[in-house]
Ligand binder design. Structure first.
Ligand SMILES: NC(=O)c1ccc[n+]([C@@H]2O[C@H](COP(=O)([O-])OP(=O)(O)OC[C@H]3O[C@@H](n4cnc5c(N)ncnc54)[C@H](OP(=O)(O)O)[C@@H]3O)[C@@H](O)[C@H]2O)c1
Length: 325
């Protein structure tokens, strides 16, 4: 077979997932256009040239696939709220490090867009963590497609309800303990604390089915009681009862889970990003999303950290990035 200038890989029924660069290079084509979308759980079994190599310009190569059954070598991750912000960065890094990553997104279209942008290894998953039907469907989908989950990144979170367009200062001022709306406080705690635990409870059977599993919770240094009690801490004025205290409660809930799971195959870690410019703070954070996501990405990729630790970026943290509870 002579080399073509360009190749169209045509796979009408299955996908090109599983074709490595070295496999492609065997064909000696400088450019490959891959037409079909990635599909998980399949790998390439055999390939062959069809009889349609046109003028050495375009070739069709057909692939046959077989389904990967029962192997737990592939690491499977779910990141909640991964369509944007810090969650998107974590999901992207996991996909680049060969995890199969489910992009949890309450809006399906945004999830599809994010998965497409990340590309190989990413797959959109409709998931509103406050909606039990959505959670059940997400569990059922991963159960059916993978049979286990190696890593759950609880990233989804909100800082307020219905205050789009307001500055962070305005939002914080309305969320002080003396005047916060209890209704808003319950809604934010419902997402950040209760629904985050509920999702985790529902995914525990799939995490138990992995050889080794981890739960990484994207918390906030704002949830550190020790830091906020220190009068020299520069961000203690931001410790409000709607958002900040929800992260303190989240820390307490997941420390409890970490203690309960100490003798199991599941580790639990909390991590704070930097103060990051995202929709959560009306883009008033001081770090770019890439900078602010560094520590969550480090923790999401680290399989050997001890369970039950809370870490963050250098400026909030002590030795080895540890944040006091
Ligand atoms: N930015 C910071 O400075 C900072 C600092 C410390 C901690 N954090 C934490 O980092 C995490 C990510 O926040 P971010 O800064 O990246 O903010 P973001 O850009 O607003 O992203 C938040 C993500 O959570 C999703 N989400 C919200 N409610 C949800 C629900 N009920 N179900 C599923 N997904 C939901 C959002 O979906 P939509 O796009 O549909 O709204 C979005 O994908 C949060 O837990 C936050 O508390 C952020």
């Amino acid at each position: 077979m002579e080399a073509c200038d360009e190749v169209v890989i045509y796979s009408p029924t299955e996908s090109t997932y599983g074709i490595s660069n070295s496999q492609l290079s065997m064909f000696n084509f400088p450019l490959a256009i891959i037409l079909s979308l990635p599909r998980f759980g399949y790998t390439m079994a055999e390939y062959g040239y069809s009889d349609c190599c046109f003028n050495k310009e375009f070739c069709c190569i057909t692939f046959k696939y077989y389904k990967i059954m029962g192997t737990k070598e592939t690491k499977v991750a779910l990141v909640t709220g991964a369509n944007t912000g810090i969650g998107f960065q974590i999901a992207k890094a996991l996909a680049e490090n060969n995890y199969v990553v489910y992009i949890g997104s309450r809006d399906s279209a945004k999830g599809e867009k994010a998965a497409l942008e990340i590309g190989r290894n990413a797959r959109a998953l409709q998931l509103d963590i406050t909606d039990s039907l959505s959670v059940e469907a997400a569990v059922a989908q991963i159960q059916k497609e993978q049979g286990y989950l190696s890593l759950l990144v609880n990233n989804a979170g909100i800082s307020n309800i219905g205050k789009n367009g307001q500055s962070m200062e305005e939002i914080l001022n309305s969320q002080r303990a003396s005047k916060a709306s209890i209704k808003e406080m319950k809604a934010v705690w419902n997402t950040n604390v209760f629904s985050t635990l509920a999702v985790t409870q529902r995914f525990l059977p799939l995490l138990r089915s992995a050889d080794n599993a981890r739960i990484v919770v994207v918390s906030s240094a704002l949830g550190s009681m020790t830091l906020n009690a220190d009068v020299t801490h520069p961000y203690r004025a931001h410790f409000d009862v709607v958002y900040g205290a929800s992260k303190a409660a989240l820390n307490a809930v997941f420390l409890s889970l970490a203690i309960e799971l100490e003798q199991t195959n599941i580790k639990v870690n909390m991590v704070s990003p930097g103060f990051t410019a995202t929709a959560l703070n009306n883009f008033q954070g001081t770090d770019t999303v890439e900078e602010g996501s560094r520590e969550p990405i480090r923790v999401a990729l680290s399989e050997d950290l001890p369970s039950g630790i809370f870490t963050g970026p250098g400026d909030f943290s002590q030795r080895q990035n540890v944040i006091p509870w």
